[in-house]
Design a protein around this ligand. Structure first.
Ligand code: ADP
Ligand code: ADP
Length: 227
């Protein structure tokens, strides 16, 4: 069963008198274990498609299924629960809490869950080791480089063992070399741990990391390249 099924999806924004057709009948199926990259010019609909696929926003027409659950009529509370349970988020600005240490930031999504705090600490430490930060557990975000902060946020995205990790321009604030290291890490997590990943990026070098590249233009998928 696919992780995400986007079915003839439309997103129309109404801003004052202006109507923007951000997505125009998009179809996309993401299978478990895929690493998919969304590419395309600014304004082509990448963020909109990424946000809709993660249940962060509502489509105007069509449907999206996450792990087989239709989002179309799903009440907000269920949608929120589904997001917390099934989706991991990586942001271009990392969105770490400055007052918390790396390990506490990773624990945060499950801090108020039923998970036992010793188990949670173990899991957070394990994830930080997995992203190469085993020796930075108690550092605060300000004591870490941009690349290290993004690694913390990647570890945080994995703490609930999500079906899908979405990353909107995860390398936008990093220099080229560090950006490549982050993409390399995502690929490692994908191949070694089967994490399903959907990334939007401008980085043309991403081709070598993804197993499928989807090109958007003006709200439509115009090309798909598998590798
Ligand atoms: P990309 O991520 O490829 O740059 P977006 O998905 O952000 O593209 O935007 C697609 C189109 O939808 C653009 O024309 C953008 O201006 C418009 N858009 C995006 N978000 C909103 C919004 N919240 N309200 C109105 N228009 C929006
Ligand atoms: P709740 O469902 O409890 O109201 P949110 O909807 O704010 O919580 O957050 C659910 C998940 O979606 C969180 O992991 C959060 O980081 C992520 N998220 C919230 N807003 C955005 C956004 N604008 N873009 C990307 N991810 C977001």
């Amino acid at each position: 069963i696919p992780v995400v099924q986007v079915q003839d999806c439309w997103k129309i924004y109404k801003l004052g008198g202006e109507i923007v057709r951000a997505l125009k009948g998009v179809n996309l199926t993401i299978q478990p274990g895929e690493f998919i990259c969304l590419m395309g010019p600014s304004g082509s609909g990448k963020s909109t498609l990424l946000h809709l696929s993660a249940g962060l926003d509502r489509m105007t027409k069509g449907d999206i299924l996450i792990d087989g659950v239709s989002l179309r009529q799903l009440p907000e509370a269920h949608l929120s629960a589904l997001r917390h349970e099934k989706i991991g988020f990586i942001f271009q600005s990392y969105n770490l809490i400055p007052a918390l240490s790396a390990v506490e930031n990773v624990e945060l999504p499950l801090m108020f869950s039923a998970v036992n705090s010793k188990k949670l600490r173990q899991r957070a430490m394990q994830l930080l080791e997995r992203v190469g930060l085993g020796d930075r557990l108690h550092h605060k975000p300000a004591q870490l480089s941009g690349g290290q902060q993004q690694r913390v946020s990647i570890a945080r995205s994995l703490v609930s063992n999500p079906s899908l990790v979405v990353a909107d321009e995860p390398t936008a604030n990093l220099d080229r070399q560090t950006g490549q290291e982050i993409l390399e890490l995502l690929r490692e997590l994908n191949t070694n741990f089967g994490v399903t990943i959907l990334v939007s990026t401008h980085d043309p070098n991403v081709a070598k990391y993804a197993n499928r590249i989807i090109h958007l233009s003006d709200g439509q998928i115009v090309q798909e390249v598998k590798s």
